[in-house]
Ligand binder design. Sequence first.
Ligand SMILES: Cc1cc2nc3c(=O)[nH]c(=O)nc-3n(C[C@H](O)[C@H](O)[C@H](O)COP(=O)(O)OP(=O)(O)OC[C@H]3O[C@@H](n4cnc5c(N)ncnc54)[C@H](O)[C@@H]3O)c2cc1C
Length: 413
Amino acid sequence: MASDSAASRFDIAIAGASFAGLALACGLSQALGSSFKIVLIDRAAGAASRPDARASAISAASKRMLEALGVWQAIADEAQPVARIEITDSSLEAGVRPVLLTYDNVIDTGEPATYIVANSVLFEALLAAVRRSPGLEMLVPAEALDFASSDTETRVRLADGRELVASLLAAADGRHSRLREVAGIKVVGWSYPQIGIVTIVRHERPHDACAVQHFLPAGPFAMLPLKGNRTCITWTEAASEAERILALDDAGFLREVEQRFGGKLGAIALDGPRQSWPLEMHLARRYVGPRFALVGDAAHGVHPLAGQGLNLAFRDVAALTEVVADAVRLGFDAGDAQALSRYERWRRFDSVVSTATFDGLNRLFASDRALLRSGRELGLGLVDRMPFLKRFFVGEAAGLNGELPRLLRGEAA
Ligand SMILES: Cc1cc2nc3c(=O)[nH]c(=O)nc-3n(C[C@H](O)[C@H](O)[C@H](O)COP(=O)(O)OP(=O)(O)OC[C@H]3O[C@@H](n4cnc5c(N)ncnc54)[C@H](O)[C@@H]3O)c2cc1C
């Protein structure tokens, strides 16, 4: 813990020690060494206070960044490569589920475009890497209340009355970012009338590294393969129906899962708790302010149907690490205004495109109207016959398209 003495001055204060905040701290510590002083603040007390049943699709680019940060090594044994993707679109009652689109999820180098990793495994690996990093202090639990920036520094006030002084404040404090509000940055966005239900099942037969996206009228039912005969389900359901399903006992809940899961993998059993999240999309109008930057869900939130929220957060991390490291190496401080506007230019356009795309896909697929249904069946059928389009989708999922920061190329920042 920091005292209120000289130790309270830092190059960067990061509010939020979850996926984005931890990765940013690792990246900057690795790039700039122990003389670069970092403080990481989180109001949650640590992993025990945040059980997370989710598993995330980690893109090949995110994996390269985690490798470069020395984090992947702790995850590798638990990461399930996804070799194939199947997309189906049918009603809940349909006896037959025609596979409308299927493709090998492999990039040109022969590596998988995505890996499925349990969030708890990823969190622990990032936290362990942060604890090994030099020049890094963690204040947990501690809540960032507000901040004020001047030409030379930013002062961050904590709920317990302490004050930290830094050259830059990075807000990685999640979708309801308090610091974004304090900075006066508005968001565009809306809530979906949908809930994301997450659980893990164990099944009789192997999944053969295949991920399935089953589009149902209420939203997608994603089956993400895990190590062993296990699958993480990320299931978008209409809010009222989700309430009913979540209130069922285990046997009733399992029956609902079975109805959607299908019989392809044999008998299934629940293998983890059920959790739920309200779903929404949001996009901050600006990503930076004086000596201030938004990172991860604090900057944008997307529908989980494409499994890209965390990957977008890691793209922010890689870009912010690079612009700050470049500025500091040139003799500027971490809150340099030109470096921050470079970060905003780099990341905001990409986030606008991603949020709009995932929002559009959710609207297109979460509908049972006959015309839309035939239109998307036709579209998916056409894509299925076009190898170059499939390659483009795989490249997008791998996060390897566009101008990539060094960390996402697997290089040191
Ligand atoms: C159902 C579901 C499934 C998903 N599946 C995927 C997937 O497959 N792939 C993918 O890429 N993404 C997925 N996502 C999205 C992904 O989980 C998020 O994008 C990611 O968790 C964002 O991480 P973050 O670090 O930005 O924010 P968060 O994880 O929300 O962390 C914010 C942190 O800030 C702390 N905090 C908040 N306020 C303060 C404060 N004032 N002071 C100090 N600390 C504070 C909190 O305690 C927390 O630790 C999914 C999301 C959902 C809801």
